[in-house]
Design a protein around this ligand. Structure first.
Ligand SMILES: [Zn+2]
Length: 381
């Protein structure tokens, strides 16, 4: 049993100050306001406890990536993001040839069984050539129902989300297959019109993959996917809050218009996150990172981010005006709900003991994953 007390704790829509959290094994067994009953093992001082972050869209970090389908590398990426507060993540793959994707899905599915990953996210290969971003143009294709069902079955229920462009031939049928398999269909890397994006939601899509990025832009006579996805309450929109992918003013506008219960902060981070400038690969493509910005070599195209959820959380509060409970929603409970996870996303008795301790400056000071402290922590204990 570990009792953490003496600081502030975000619980639902409130900040309790002071408050305490009791952890037994890998579970939260109690949360309360005021002084902790009995002995306190970790005295928070002026620190803050929030639920562990849930990143539903991440390709890698700490020099390691998921799209290579290498188990050791994937484990390193998980460890990196965990130490920055992400206690639950989907491993996002990128567009690849079918045999490669199948092999990578098989390898990463084992990491889901081991509890390192909450599932996989296939970003591609069924994406728009004109909104492909950092996906290999030569490997993009329209969804073929046999390929869709093969990848879903190779994933044994671990493929939790698939991003696709709904304007492609066969996409509507693919959305049905994805939803029937219990996974989430996400609209992204798309040149769909407003009507086509609406039809995708009618067919069962419930997530907008990094809203605005790699998507037909909003136009007052052709509102496109941004409005079609934004106006449907069943859709959760991902936002990359690194200050580069989307202007902070637009992030604020979306948070106000949709509410924090419909916005999921994602990193879309690639291997360079936490490492620094240099040359990297994303799938089969060369990526150059300069000043923390990842771009495809030889061009301007942004190729993922070098963001962590800890930084995204802080930016949401500092630059987008989110309150602490609102930021917790966007970083934890909303993404958890969007991908169907009921065991994480909030600090409440019975849920997995995933929590992040933030210092007075909202920097990550310590992380607990399933009841165990992980990563480099500056917390005295
Ligand atoms: Zn991505």
């Amino acid at each position: 049993v570990t009792v953490i007390g003496g600081g502030r704790v975000v619980v639902g829509d409130e900040v309790w100050d002071p408050a305490w959290v009791r952890v037994e094994g890998d579970r939260v067994s109690g949360v309360g306001a005021g002084a902790a009953p009995g002995r306190v093992d970790v005295d928070l001082g002026d620190r803050l406890v929030v639920p562990g972050f849930v990143d539903m869209h991440v390709h890698g970090g700490g020099g390691a990536g998921f799209p290579t389908g290498n188990a050791d590398e994937a484990a390193r990426a998980v460890a990196f993001h965990r130490s920055h507060g992400t206690t639950t993540m989907l491993a996002s793959l990128v567009t690849a040839a079918s045999p490669d994707l199948e092999r990578h899905v098989r390898v990463l599915t084992d990491l889901v069984d081991d509890g390192l990953l909450a599932g996989l996210h296939l970003e591609g290969p069924w994406l728009s050539p004109v909104r492909r971003g950092a996906h290999d143009a030569a490997l993009l294709r329209a969804p073929d129902s046999a390929e869709v069902s093969r990848l879903l079955s190779v994933g044994r229920g671990c493929v939790r989300m698939i991003t696709l462009a709904p304007e492609l031939d066969g996409a509507r049928r693919a959305i049905g297959q994805i939803v029937d398999a219990g996974a989430v269909a996400a609209v992204g890397h798309t040149d769909a019109t407003y009507e086509l994006a609406r039809a995708a939601v009618d067919a069962g899509a419930t997530v907008a993959t990094h809203l605005f990025n790699a998507m037909r832009p909003l136009h007052h006579r052709e509102p496109g996917p941004v409005v079609a996805l934004g106006e449907r309450p069943e859709v959760t929109v991902e936002l990359i809050a690194d200050g580069l992918h989307v202007h902070p003013a637009l992030l604020r506008a979306v948070m106000v218009a949709l509410g924090h219960g419909r916005v999921a902060l994602v990193t879309d981070a690639m291997a360079a996150a936490g490492v620094g400038d240099g040359e990297y690969r994303l799938g089969g493509l060369e990526v150059r990172v300069r000043g923390g910005v990842a771009r495809l070599a030889g061009g301007d195209t942004i190729a993922g981010s070098t963001l962590t959820m800890g930084v995204a959380f802080r930016r949401a509060v500092r630059e987008c005006g989110a309150t602490l409970p609102e930021a917790v929603r966007m970083a934890s409970s909303t993404p958890a709900r969007a991908i169907g996870l009921t065991d994480v996303g909030e600090l409440s008795p019975g849920r997995r003991a995933d929590l992040v301790v933030l210092d007075a400056d909202l920097a990550v000071a310590a992380v607990m994953s399933a009841g165990a402290w992980v990563g480099p922590a500056s917390l005295d204990r």
